[in-house]
Each structure stands twice: as structure tokens, then as C-alpha cells.
Design a protein around this ligand. Structure first.
Ligand code: CMC
Length: 388
């Protein structure tokens, strides 16, 4: 195999250069375009952060206002995409609906195949960021058997999403400002995370010069997995199954025996606290002030305390990640558990698109095509079926 190196799951191989997100796993540092995640979570909005991630600089007041107007222009989706969503069973997983609707959008915008035309490319970027909350909310209303609520131009990105999800009457929905802000902060925290599994998928599909809709559908499919964006859903299922703090020691023992994982713990890169996890935990307390305390919080807090003192988790450097507390917030807001990965996909759309643009503009990038070490049979002769 000559000089070929063997690196399963690319744990030690940089597949690209990138100027978008900086992550130091040992120190627990995360920055978008140089700005610490803590500052963005405190001071920015998701749309401002999206502009930053996509363009490299924070917008001026007029740039931000134009950007917000552009987003609002596109947040109605084609009625036939709504019909597509309506065709799903009432118990369909919303991630399946999300992936299908985003992929199907490719055929509604055939010009999107012209990925090297900057104007066409930018239009798809705006369209995707605008449309994903609408697709998500329409899926939720379909599952609940409720009529859809169309976007409300008077509301913010997060506020409009809450309106499309929860509005019950003809009256304008007034989002609770604490919940609206909490959702926006969660969106900021999830907007990008360098070369994670789904972003790597976006880049792999993008490297074949596929259009952004199908590439993004593929990225969302990777995100769906319980080891990635499906972890927030898995955490709540796990906490519900544990049920009470008295069952935690037995659960921890089962994890240590390899019978299952402590979901929401561990990370490929963070070998220290996930900085997003710290912010989410704080946010959970603010949300519970409004919604009432999620009873699973006590199970989560005790589980975290015991795990952080246990040699198994200490020696493997396993700490809570962003998903450990985010599901508790979503649940307190009244969102059904299968919906949680979609709430990850909405903001990550920004990161996927920024990384896709970076890939297309990078003259060093080629079609993603890793090599392998062949360990199968040597050459042998075909035997007729009667002789096998
Ligand atoms: N619970 C119990 N043991 C674990 C866990 C866990 N959550 N995570 C890792 N380990 C153990 C693993 O079994 C291995 O032990 P040993 O050395 O004895 O074989 C050791 O820790 C190293 O783990 P690894 O599997 O080599 O780590 P990885 O980098 O391949 O996997 C991970 C990273 C996130 C997939 C993994 O930690 C995991 O499955 N965590 C639970 C799922 C989860 O919370 N995912 C969300 C990640 S953050 C949001 C996102 O980016 O999507």
C-alpha cells in the first residue's frame, strides 16, 4: 500500500483547511470566525451569527437589516412541499420528513445545480436558511393533525418559528421573550462545529458538485443518528427510562459494563467540558423559571454529578456535551421528543452551507474519495452455481 496511512473514522486526519470555526478540545474553547461562543451566546442573535459564519465578519446595522429582510422574503415554502409533508403518516419521524422535504426542494429550484454562479448560490443559501424552520414547523403541525401556521414577518427568526409551531388562533402569536431568546441562543450554539459527521457529509456530497438541497438533505441524514444530532432525543429517552435518582447507580454500572452509553456524554474532540454544554445548563434554569422545572432535571443533575466523580468517565475524559441539557429545555417548551434533532438541524443549516461554500472556493479541494486497505479474498475463479 506504499505510503498510504490507515486512519479509521479519520480521528487524526485533517480533511480540509477552514477559517470558520475554531475548536480546542483540551481547553474547551469554541469560536466562530474568532469570536468566543460565550460572547455570541450573550450578545448576538442567530441571524447575526449566521451572517458572521457565512461572511466572515459581523454585519453593520444596514447589512443586518438587509439580511433579515432577505430571510423573511423566503420563509414561505412552495405549497407542494406542504403537500409532500401532508403525505406522511401521522407517526412519521420528523427527521425523515425534514430530510425528504429539503431533498425534494432541489427539484423546485433546478437552477440550484449552477453551484459556481455566486448569485444563484447565494439565493439558495438564503432560501434554505429561511425555509428550514417552516419545513420543520409544518411537519410538527402535520404530526399533531393541526392546520399549518404561515410565517409572520413581524416576528424574529426564533419567534416566527415558535409562532408556526404553537399558534392556536387567528390572533398574532406573542412569543414569551425568555423562551424566544433561549431558542435563539440554542440556535447560535448549534450553528457550526467544524468537521463533525454531518458537516463532513455535506462536504463529501458537495465535493461531487451536487446541488445544496440534496447535499443538505444528506448532511441532515447524518445528523439524525443517535451518536450525533439524535443524541438530544436519546438523552431524554434515557433520563425517562432511569426515571428516578435512586436508579442512577445501577444505570451507571450498566454503562460501565458496556451495556449502553451515557447519552449526552463524551465527544470526539472535547476532552474537557463542552463550552456549549455549560451555556445550555444555565439556559435550562432560565427556561424552567417560565415553564416550571422539568422533573427530569434532578435525574440529569445527579447523573452528571455521579459520572463526573466516577473513574470510568474521568479516565476516558467523558464530560457532558451540548446535548445533555438541551433536550430538557425543548421538552419543557412542549416540543415532542422525536422533534429534537430537527431543532439541531435548523441552526446547523448555517454551518453546513458556510462549509459548503468554503469547499467550493477552495482550489485545493477535490472530490472526497478516501482510500482503503483491502483485507478480502485474493483472486479466485468463478464457480458455477451447481458446484458451490
Ligand atoms: N458513555 C459511555 N462510554 C463512552 C461514552 C459514553 N457516552 N462515550 C465514549 N465512551 C467510551 C467508549 O466506550 C470508549 O471506551 P473504551 O476505551 O473502554 O473502549 C472510550 O470512551 C472512548 O470513546 P470512543 O467511542 O473512542 O469516542 P469517539 O470519539 O469515537 O465517540 C461520541 C464520540 C460522541 C460518538 C461518543 O462519546 C458517544 O457515543 N457519546 C454518546 C452520544 C452523544 O452524546 N453524542 C453527541 C455528541 S455532541 C453533539 C454532536 O456533535 O452531535
Amino acid at each position: 500500500y506504499g505510503l498510504m496511512s490507515y486512519d479509521p473514522a479519520f480521528t487524526n486526519t485533517a480533511s480540509t483547511k477552514s477559517a470558520i470555526t475554531y475548536l480546542d478540545g483540551d481547553e474547551g474553547i469554541l469560536r466562530y470566525r474568532g469570536y468566543p461562543i460565550e460572547q455570541l451566546a450573550e450578545k448576538s442573535t442567530h441571524l447575526e451569527t449566521a451572517y458572521l459564519i457565512l461572511n466572515g465578519e459581523l454585519p453593520t446595522a444596514s447589512q443586518l437589516s438587509n439580511w433579515e429582510t432577505e430571510i423573511k422574503k423566503h420563509w414561505f415554502i412552495h405549497e407542494n412541499i406542504k403537500h409532500l409533508i401532508d403525505a406522511f403518516r401521522h407517526d412519521a419521524h420528523p427527521m425523515g420528513m425534514f430530510i425528504s422535504a429539503v431533498g425534494a426542494s432541489s427539484s423546485f429550484h433546478p437552477e440550484s445545480a449552477q453551484i459556481f454562479d455566486p448569485a444563484i448560490r447565494n439565493e439558495q443559501i438564503v432560501r434554505l436558511i429561511s425555509e428550514v424552520p417552516t419545513i420543520a414547523a409544518f411537519s410538527y403541525r402535520h404530526i399533531r393533525g393541526l392546520p399549518v401556521v404561515y410565517p409572520d414577518d413581524e416576528l424574529s427568526y426564533a419567534g416566527n418559528f415558535l409562532s408556526m409551531m404553537f399558534r392556536r388562533s387567528e390572533l398574532r402569536y406573542k412569543p414569551n421573550p425568555v423562551l424566544e431568546r433561549a431558542l435563539d441562543v440554542l440556535f447560535i450554539l448549534h450553528a457550526d462545529h467544524e468537521q463533525n459527521c454531518s458537516t463532513n457529509t455535506m462536504r463529501a456530497i458537495g465535493s461531487a458538485h451536487a446541488d445544496p438541497y440534496v447535499a443538505l438533505a444528506g448532511a441532515a441524514a447524518a445528523l439524525y443518528g443517535p451518536l450525533h444530532g439524535g443524541a438530544n432525543e436519546a438523552v431524554v429517552r434515557m433520563l425517562t427510562k432511569i426515571g428516578s435518582t435512586k436508579n442512577i447507580p445501577a444505570f451507571i454500572e450498566s454503562v460501565k459494563k458496556g451495556e449502553g452509553k451515557l447519552m449526552g456524554f463524551g465527544h470526539r474532540v472535547y476532552k474537557n467540558f463542552d463550552p456549549r454544554g455549560k451555556i445550555v445548563k444555565q439556559l435550562a434554569y432560565e427556561v424552567f423559571e417560565v415553564t416550571g422545572r422539568n422533573p427530569l432535571l434532578d435525574v440529569a443533575l445527579e447523573l452528571e454529578r455521579i459520572a463526573l466523580e466516577d473513574e470510568y468517565f474521568i479516565s476516558r475524559k467523558l464530560y457532558p456535551n451540548v446535548d445533555f441539557y438541551s433536550g430538557l429545555i425543548y421538552q419543557a417548551m412542549g416540543l415532542p421528543t422525536p422533534f429534537f434533532p430537527v431543532l439541531f438541524a435548523i441552526p446547523r443549516t448555517v454551518g453546513w452551507l458556510a462549509q459548503w461554500v468554503e469547499l467550493l472556493n477552495d482550489p485545493e479541494q477535490k472530490i472526497a474519495r478516501p482510500r482503503q486497505l483491502y483485507v478480502g479474498e485474493p483472486e479466485r475463479d468463478y464457480a458455477p452455481i451447481s458446484e458451490r
